[in-house]
Design a protein around this ligand. Structure first.
Ligand code: ZN
Length: 160
């Protein structure tokens, strides 16, 4: 069957950045998603529409169809005193923080210069052009429960 609304697709994929570096890779047949339920980025979902088992899809996804552009407002320089006392700060560490509007957000330390710590609340792949190489392993119909939950159950999906 073809990948359409409410189909479950099992994929193998490799994700590379503009420089050809591998950012992410699926293990053998371990990634499943529910088509049409915003489980995966828009640009990839659109490219997979109508595909079937055995198809290979290579697609370049621009930031607007992936994780969006980098928002400079989500980057801030803060002092060490903003962190819990005694925390050994390192580039790449993630913290829970609050945005200006009080929304909980995930931030990551992107640089440390003395007491000036740069934290970035953008998605790590914001602003990136993504190069996907995808092979469709299997396509099946979703169960009523999966459609209701908006995600895949069992292998490659939610275990609950
Ligand atoms: Zn569920």
């Amino acid at each position: 069957m073809q990948i359409t609304q409410n189909a479950v697709a099992i994929l193998n994929y490799t994700l590379k950045d503009e420089e050809g570096e591998i950012i992410d890779e699926s293990k053998e047949g371990s990634f499943a998603y529910l088509h049409g339920a915003n489980n995966i980025i828009k640009g990839l979902e659109a490219a997979l529409e109508g595909k079937q088992a055995g198809d290979n899809v290579q697609v370049v996804v621009q930031p607007e169809d992936a994780y969006g552009d980098t928002d400079p407002e989500a980057i801030a320089v803060v002092g060490r005193d903003m962190f819990p006392e005694g925390t050994e700060l390192e580039v790449g560490m993630g913290f829970h923080a609050e945005s200006n509007t009080g929304q909980p957000m995930e931030v990551m330390i992107t640089s440390i210069d003395g007491d000036e710590i740069v934290v970035d609340g953008n998605h790590p792949l914001a602003g990136e052009v993504l190069h996907f190489d995808v092979t469709v392993v299997d396509v099946r119909e979703a169960s009523a429960e999966e459609i209701e939950h908006g995600h895949v159950h069992g292998e490659g999906g939610h275990q609950h």
